[in-house]
Write a protein that binds this ligand. Sequence first.
Ligand code: AMP
Ligand code: MG
Length: 519
Amino acid sequence: MQALRFDNRFVDELPGDPEQGARRREVRGALWSSVMPTPVAAPRLLTHSPEVAALLGLAADDVASPGFAQVFGGNALLPGMQPYAANYGGHQFGSWAGQLGDGRAITLGEVLNARGERWEIQLKGAGPTPYSRTADGRAVLRSSIREFLCSEAMHHLGVPTTRALSLVATGEDVVRDMFYDGHPKSEPGAIVCRVAPSFLRFGNYQLPASRDETDLLRQLVDFTIRRDFPHLAGEGETLHAAWFAEVCERTATMVAHWMRVGFVHGVMNTDNMSVLGLTIDYGPYGWIDDYDPDWTPNTTDAQGRRYRFGWQPKVAWWNLSRLAQALSPLFDGVEALQDGLQRYADTYARLDRDNVARKLGLAECRDDDLVSMQDLHALMQAGEVDMTLFFRALIDADMADPSMRGFDDAFYDAGKREAVAGPLRAWLAGYAARIADDALDATGRREKMRLANPRYVLRNYLAQQAIDAAEAGDASGVAELLDVMRHPYDDQPGRERFAQRRPDWARERAGSSMLSCSS
Ligand code: AMP
Ligand code: MG
């Protein structure tokens, strides 16, 4: 394998834990711990993302070489790699959880590519670290496939996200109790190599703040700004305020994209919130089939449904408030942090209007359009209407004679379809009148809608079908699904089956509509 150029600024510039190795411990006064990946029995490359390989400067030959699975399965290091696990805390489901840290993710280093871009590469499932607590540091194949596919699918949908280079089977089994109900079983293990400019989370700042380690907190904030936000100007409190405001703005942008495409993260704990505004830590996430703001795929959250689809914008705000609290020792008053939170609210409100304009194909969103979208959402929920299929059908609906023709595929239940048919026809008539009065012509409207409303999303059951085949020894479905998700806004003739509504069998099937944090 060709050499990569490493420039490991995180470990070079920030305080680390003096102890090496994976002994489980509390780590104070340090932001990371040196730890090696634990070798696996038989690493085998199942699939990879050629786009991410290219980002890093890896050629097809490198990926095809036997050394690739050794390195990205955690059995060998390339020159310049300095593996470590990061130390962070977090609020989980609303409660402060103390030290968490990378319990199974190990960063190998920061690659500098030929264009001068910095990409942190990290193995997930590479074995125990000081932060593994009682767990094994490993990941199962099913959750690794889900993380691999969704990272790349989100990127191609235009949603800010961490990326995935590779999916390597370990040749070892991992024991998991999928629904925490006393039925553990052995499952095949795997390792995903994740790639992002940085994996820093809100929790990285919260942990030193919770321990009154203000100098460490300040060091981390200043480092983050120097390395990841070099365009920000100023110094001291002004600079810190500008940074926090940008974190707020990026978070708003990310969540607005989630709402546009129907993505439900499932575990928006503050340790799973990136300060770069990237979608991070793909666990029990899901995609909206029938429009339901109250839906969460995460059975671990079934009681309070804190992380339901429709709550994501306000949960992000709550999480940013926790980050603001952590950063408060760096500020004299609260005003600058409040301004940052206001930036979140303003940005989200603007992008929410943008989403309405884009999804409905309007030149701009007026106040009555916001109301009209709310009405439509209510009808979609009452009528159990598939979100993705509905908006694609709306693009091609005959607006000279608005009717339910063309929307049949978007319904899951004939009775519910009947119940909303009248009001939905009325909504369509209102929409037809509205677009007749819009600055965009029909071609412009359709083009705008096509770029905002995907034809293909990573429906939960599609990922599960690829997982079932991979668990039975055939991983080709993973690559095929990734290939479909490369062009989510294009009609892909011959691939209609990837654009269909969720089949009935998948409604209550584990993995398709019910997922847990067990991964
Ligand atoms: P998550 O819910 O995946 O964000 O994980 C929350 C915390 O649990 C993080 O600190 C993870 O590193 C840790 N964790 C999750 N699964 C494992 C595992 N199998 N082994 C070690 N740590 C884990
Ligand atoms: Mg996490």
